[in-house]
Design a protein around this ligand. Structure first.
Ligand SMILES: Cc1ncc(COP(=O)(O)O)c(C=O)c1O
Length: 404
């Protein structure tokens, strides 16, 4: 397969302007307060990479470092924990505003709920968040991981007391298995994507991700920084990208930054859906052997897509080596810039944009995104070195799809 960069530019003006009320600041504050009640909570850093900005000729680069999230090395626990919180609040007939982590994990609540089995499918990060939350709740979790999952990711989920296994199928098929299992055991599937008839929990998961946006908005104002002109979001099923797009479209409604969605070309279902723009979701099937394991999803989340369709400005499909470029650029920062340990799915967008901004043959793409010396770029490094072996191979030994 020839590796290529492709872009679809949207004209936001002709969009239907869908509903993003569920991703507004007031909802985000509720989510943020819920997460803040966990003893492990600390705000993750918003790192300013001014030297990198100089190097690539833009005004500023910011990257949110989610490797510090809850000691779990990725942002994903924000979604699973909030959805499980909302589920418990509903079962107790309580409002989420009254359900602190303390209360949710108490023996009294466990007794009221009885035994609950939570199931899920995951490339690693989401399942770890679900298993971690189930562990806090003293409940059981069953997690399925697609073929090709790094064994260390499985081990980390098992370490949270989960019944986890790698199954001989891709991510989307593993999701269907987790759904079947939940039905069989009378459990609850906590999945980070939606399908017809299964919308409530994925909506809560998307809302859960807003803690990142809420923190970024606060951190930007603490730094007395002007708002970003551009935001870049990586997508697997597009729940995270949809949540962040909706949040920032609300938060910066007076002057929405240019929002670009980035995917590996081997799993570019959102890109294909945007390219076709025919009102249908477009799927990628089969083995999606991208190194960006967290983005190896072939079926977009309809709820996330509806937000992206109305509020995103561009969609990029890019080769795998950009993730390696991004990991290295963040691991070996310019001058006084802070180092960020970023895994494949975390570093994809920044690696992609370093290529787009600095390579002459991609100049048209840069221009279509209106990137120039006044641009202030915001990225989210959604994971740290969650696949340590591949991280070392990439950062130390220079492994890269360009050379294989
Ligand atoms: C590290 C990381 N980044 C980004 C994503 C993409 O999120 P979504 O599937 O909501 O698009 C994932 C998904 O698992 C992930 O693990």
């Amino acid at each position: 397969m020839k590796e290529t960069f492709k872009i679809v530019n949207y004209d936001r003006k002709d969009s239907g302007k869908g509903n993003i009320e569920f991703l507004n600041e007031a909802e985000a504050k509720k989510v943020y307060d819920f997460h803040k009640s966990f003893p492990v909570y600390t705000e993750t850093p918003l790192v300013q990479l001014s030297e990198l900005a100089k190097e690539i000729g833009v005004a500023e680069v910011f990257i949110k470092d989610e490797s510090y999230r809850f000691g779990l090395n990725a942002f994903k626990v924000l979604g699973g924990s909030y959805a499980m919180g909302r589920y418990i609040a509903d079962r107790l007939g309580e409002s989420i505003e009254n359900l602190t982590a303390d209360k949710m994990t108490s023996a009294e609540v466990k007794e009221k709920l009885g035994d609950v089995t939570f199931t899920s499918a995951t490339d690693g990060n989401h399942g770890r968040g679900v298993a971690w939350t189930a562990e806090q709740l003293n409940q059981k979790s069953i997690i399925y991981m697609p073929e090709g999952t790094a064994p260390e990711r499985l081990e980390r989920i098992i370490a949270h007391g989960s019944e986890a296994s790698i199954v001989p199928m891709n991510y989307d098929e593993a999701v269907r298995l987790a759904d079947k299992k939940a039905k069989e055991v009378g459990g609850v599937i906590v999945q980070d994507t939606a399908w017809e008839g299964y919308e409530e929990i994925p909506t809560w998961i998307m809302q859960g991700y807003m803690t990142m946006g809420y923190e970024i908005a606060q951190q930007m104002s603490e730094l007395k920084e002007e708002q970003p002109t551009h935001i870049f979001l990586q997508a697997g099923v597009g729940s995270m990208a949809g949540a962040m797009t909706g949040f920032f479209a609300n938060y910066y409604s007076e002057n929405q930054p240019i929002i670009t969605i980035i995917e590996p070309e081997k799993a570019n279902c959102i890109f294909q859906t945007a390219e076709a723009r025919d009102g249908k979701l477009h799927f990628v099937t089969g083995k999606m052997d991208t190194i960006m394991a967290g983005l190896a999803c072939g079926e977009p989340n309809q709820i996330g897509w509806d937000v992206l369709n109305d509020y995103a400005d561009a969609f990029i499909s890019c080769p795998d080596y950009v993730a390696a470029d991004g990991m290295r650029a963040l691991a070996a920062p310019q001058g006084a810039d802070t180092k960020v340990v970023s895994g494949e799915s975390g570093a994809g967008p920044i690696g992609c944009m370093i290529n787009v901004i600095t390579r002459a043959e991609l100049a048209e793409m840069k221009e279509s995104l209106k990137i120039d010396e006044n641009s202030r770029l915001l990225f989210i490094s959604t994971e740290g070195d969650t696949d340590r072996e591949n991280y070392m191979n990439t950062v130390w030994y220079g492994k890269d799809s360009r050379f294989y």
